[in-house]
Write a protein that binds this ligand. Structure first.
Ligand SMILES: *[C@@H]1O[C@H](CO)[C@@H](O)[C@H](O)[C@H]1NC(C)=O
Ligand SMILES: *[C@@H]1O[C@H](CO)[C@@H](O)[C@H](O)[C@H]1NC(C)=O
Ligand SMILES: *[C@@H]1O[C@H](CO)[C@@H](O)[C@H](O)[C@H]1NC(C)=O
Ligand SMILES: *[C@@H]1O[C@H](CO)[C@@H](O)[C@H](O)[C@H]1NC(C)=O
Length: 309
């Protein structure tokens, strides 16, 4: 390319003048508005404030490893590429050339040849595997188009609350670690190629694995002579949807009671009364909430009944 560089000194005689003016050759600046259009066309403009008279443009097309593949000389402000290898990335550099034949500095842009229309851009599979308490998503694309996919979009839709979360990744797997136990999800994955081209969406349904609920908390205690009423606060439904089926109040060796629970979406504090107790007696309670994953850890509590009046 150095062979194209040469300086041309233009000597101008001012008509009617006495002096002799030597004009410097004009070195062009950068092009502007350099962009890649969806049809393999790279376009640019000569800026309005360009000082030089632009005669034509040099366009260098190279692979990302730097080896130059083609050099073009064009008078248009665009170049239309054909026969690009699908999924190959090219660096396109555009230089202005002044009427003095001075080549300006080049401006570069990346062109990734998209996959052809008929390419199968669908994912081969989307797998969901349980890894401990987490979920791992794996997917794959045909080898042929894999280098073309610049990233993937995963959408995690919580079907119960209608919340959706978008995750973009260049990897072909993802760990999801914040799923609500027993929650219902739709997981979708799509490969993204260019701004305009994306593959079809693959969706899988998933119900999150169950998990024991938190230990019940005490909201209030009412003590009588032979009974105690305790109000229990259970884990919020939105953070664990696994159905709670009973509350076990273990006052061994005196008693061990199981209260069946009809689970509710709002899970308001639940009052439970223990009757037939002795007056003025201390009871040590271990209280657990039982759901589909088993009993929670216990809440420990000591209560004393009133003395007889
Ligand atoms: C390519 O797209 C550009 C802008 O989107 C348009 O101006 C141009 O005519 C198109 N060229 C071809 C060859 O389709
Ligand atoms: C540069 O990359 C192209 C295409 O990927 C390849 O054909 C060429 O051999 C590479 N050149 C060098 C010097 O590595
Ligand atoms: C995903 O599922 C497909 C089809 O069931 C199976 O062939 C593949 O081995 C699975 N891949 C992984 C990583 O589990
Ligand atoms: C109390 O009852 C529960 C539920 O039936 C049981 O799991 C637990 O072992 C019992 N406690 C004792 C001390 O037997």
């Amino acid at each position: 390319m150095t062979s194209s560089f040469f300086s041309l000194v233009v000597v101008t005689f001012i008509v009617g003048g006495i002096g002799l003016t030597t004009q410097e050759p004009c070195e062009p600046g950068y092009v502007t508005d350099l962009e890649v259009n969806d049809n393999f066309t790279v376009s640019w403009k000569t800026p309005d404030d360009e000082n030089c008279q632009i005669d034509h443009y040099f366009v260098y097309m190279s692979f990302l490893n730097g080896s130059i593949q083609h050099t073009y000389s064009v008078i248009t402000e665009y170049i239309h590429f054909t026969h690009l290898r699908s999924c190959e990335a090219y660096s396109i550099r555009v230089h202005q050339v002044s009427s003095d034949n001075i080549i300006g500095l080049g401006l570069g842009i990346l062109l990734v040849a998209p996959p052809p229309e008929e390419a199968n851009l669908g994912l081969n599979f989307v797998n969901v595997t349980q890894v401990g308490a987490n979920v791992r998503l794996d997917w794959s694309l045909d080898d042929e188009w894999r280098t073309c996919a610049n990233r993937y979009r995963v959408v995690v839709v919580n079907e119960d609350s209608n919340d959706a979360m978008d995750i973009y990744t260049q990897a072909t797997s993802l760990i999801l670690n914040h799923l609500v136990p027993c929650g219902h999800y739709t997981l979708t994955v799509v490969a993204l190629f260019t701004v305009f081209q994306e593959g079809p969406i693959t969706a899988v349904r998933h119900t999150a694995i169950d998990r024991i609920t938190t230990a019940p908390a005490v909201a209030g205690i009412t003590v009588e002579q032979t009974s105690v009423t305790i109000e229990w606060v259970l884990e919020e439904y939105s953070s664990n949807r696994c159905p709670i089926n009973s509350i076990v109040i273990d006052g061994s060796p005196s008693f061990n009671l199981t209260y069946p629970v009809e689970d509710q979406v709002n899970r308001t504090p639940l009052p439970l009364t223990i009757s037939n107790l002795n007056t003025n007696s201390m009871y040590y309670l271990r209280v657990r909430a039982d759901n589909s994953a088993g009993p929670s850890s216990p809440t420990l509590l000591a209560v004393q009944t009133r003395t007889a009046s």
